[in-house]
Ligand binder design. Structure first.
Ligand code: HEM
Length: 449
């Protein structure tokens, strides 16, 4: 098995950007250049004459480095504690069919294709250029020749997928987790409903943006008539580390982000705060998690006019090396009690004080967000910020109190604006033979008798 990581306990060590080198196989077909093949076929076609059946140009075969592949199957889905890749394409779908059978059939097909794409393969063997000439290719082709780039594809199911007691469209209302309800209103947020919520989410993370975009594009194409893209978000420059092997990256405010995050190397904390326990909620979700997304726009121009002193007071850490006030190194313990001659070192309203487990009765979550820049807003301001992603065992008792405390008092609020919100239940990882949704819809996919 070309295994680079097993989700949950054994993180990938290689967090460096992948080499985008996909050596061609030693087969005769692999050794021929694309141009050479076209030339050969052109000659063949000329000889055979119009209307004759000739060989078609085939895509070169590739082999990929095992370290560049993140194992798709495992106890937990990949893309959660997997060391955060550099790029994100997140997409939220509305289900547009009323047919449970069609939905389950699509989830099965998605699973098969997703597993292939995470190995750096086409959606179907030869689908990009070897298929029938008078039909649209079943792989869009832009990832041909690219390495898997540690692509992970993680699926989640939104509250609306489960319908209501009166409209139980897919016979799963009784299986809706108690914690899977839309997040409450938080002070100060101005959400755009067009880019919030959704029935099904796919988080595609990769070290190559084209690989992530290709994966989402092909899943959307396969889902035509069954799902429709509601909204999507591209991200770059991960704003969190999920492994102690990773260097802490910086967010667009210029601060190291992810220092005090949960890390894969602490499996007991991950079990306590990320994985749903069988006793917690619905059986089908055991070993899964909950995913919260918040698109948080930064008021970059205001931030950029703020003194360094003030920026550091807002966060509670030094901008240079990320050390907490009262400490000298990035990973020094945060001491909320430390005080100087003029009061507490870490302001009462500093971000790291209000978000800390210590001030929240022990609550933590796993952050896995990305920077985004979506151009400018028409007034000459950058539309940029943090696409916040968190995984937790229960959003109502972890994310909600944390965000409530931040929304009420965080000094950061002067410089940010939450513009979208979503929550999804993330099923556990797949064993061999299982498909995305197996535990929810059943192995056969038919409704309970
Ligand atoms: C644009 C918005 C945000 C920015 C710029 C931001 C930035 C930061 C920075 C620089 C740190 C310190 C380094 C670290 O430990 O990771 C931090 C810590 C943290 N942030 Fe945020 N953050 C934002 C939003 C949020 C939100 C929405 C939440 C959760 C509701 C959150 C939860 C946390 C937590 C739990 C910590 C660790 C606190 C501790 O030291 O215990 N952040 N954030």
């Amino acid at each position: 098995m070309s295994k680079a990581s097993s989700q949950g306990s054994d993180p990938v060590q290689n967090s460096e950007p992948a080499q985008h080198v996909a050596p061609e196989s030693g087969s005769a077909r692999g050794r021929l250049s694309r141009r050479g093949l076209f030339g050969a076929i052109g000659a063949g076609a000329a000889l055979a004459g119009a209307g004759a059946v000739v060989g078609r140009v085939t895509a070169p075969e590739h082999t990929h480095a095992a370290a560049d592949i993140v194992e798709f199957r495992g106890e937990h889905q990949s893309g959660i504690v997997t060391p955060t890749q550099d790029r994100l394409h997140f997409v939220s779908f509305d289900v547009v069919t009323e047919s449970r059978d069609r939905l389950v059939a699509m989830l099965r097909e998605w699973t098969e294709v997703a597993e292939r794409m995470t190995k750096g393969e086409e959606t179907y063997p030869g689908a990009a250029v070897d298929g029938p000439q008078y039909a649209p290719p079943k792989d869009t082709g832009e990832a041909l020749g690219l390495a898997p780039s540690q692509l992970t594809l993680t699926i989640g199911f939104g509250p609306s997928l489960f319908g209501t007691a009166d409209n139980d469209r897919f016979d799963i209302y009784a299986r809706k987790p108690a914690a899977l309800v839309d997040l409450p209103h938080f002070p100060g947020q101005i959400l755009n409903p067009a880019i919030s919520g959704g029935d099904i989410a796919i988080q595609a993370c990769s070290n190559d943006p084209q690989v992530a975009v290709h994966a989402v594009r092909n899943l959307a194409r396969i889902g035509t008539g069954i799902v429709a893209v509601k909204w999507s978000q591209l991200g770059f420059g991960r704003t969190s580390s999920t492994s102690t092997d990773q260097v802490t990256a910086r967010n667009l405010m210029g601060f190291k982000d992810g220092t005090n995050n949960l890390k894969a190397e602490d499996p007991s904390a991950v079990s306590e705060f990320v994985w749903v326990d069988p006793a917690d909620d619905q059986d089908w979700l055991a070993g899964g998690s909950f995913l919260v997304t918040r698109r948080i726009r930064m008021l970059i121009e205001s931030w950029d006019r703020t003194t360094l002193n003030e920026q550091e007071r807002v966060i509670g850490r030094f901008k240079g090396n990320g050390a907490p006030f009262g400490g000298s190194e990035e990973f020094d313990q945060v001491d909320l009690q430390s005080a100087g001659p003029h009061g507490p070192m870490i302001d009462h309203r500093a971000h790291i004080r209000l978000a800390s487990a210590e001030s929240l009765g022990g609550v933590k979550l796993l952050r896995r967000g990305y920077n985004f820049t979506d151009g400018s807003d028409g007034f000459g301001h950058l539309d940029a910020g943090l696409f916040f992603i968190a995984y937790c065992r229960n959003p109502q008792t972890q994310f909600v109190p944390m965000q409530l405390q931040l929304a009420r008092s965080d000094l950061l609020n002067e410089y940010i604006q939450h513009t979208s919100s979503a929550v999804f239940a993330v099923p556990p990882g797949l064993r061999d033979g299982q498909y995305w949704g197996s535990t929810l819809f059943g192995a056969a996919g038919s409704p309970p008798a």
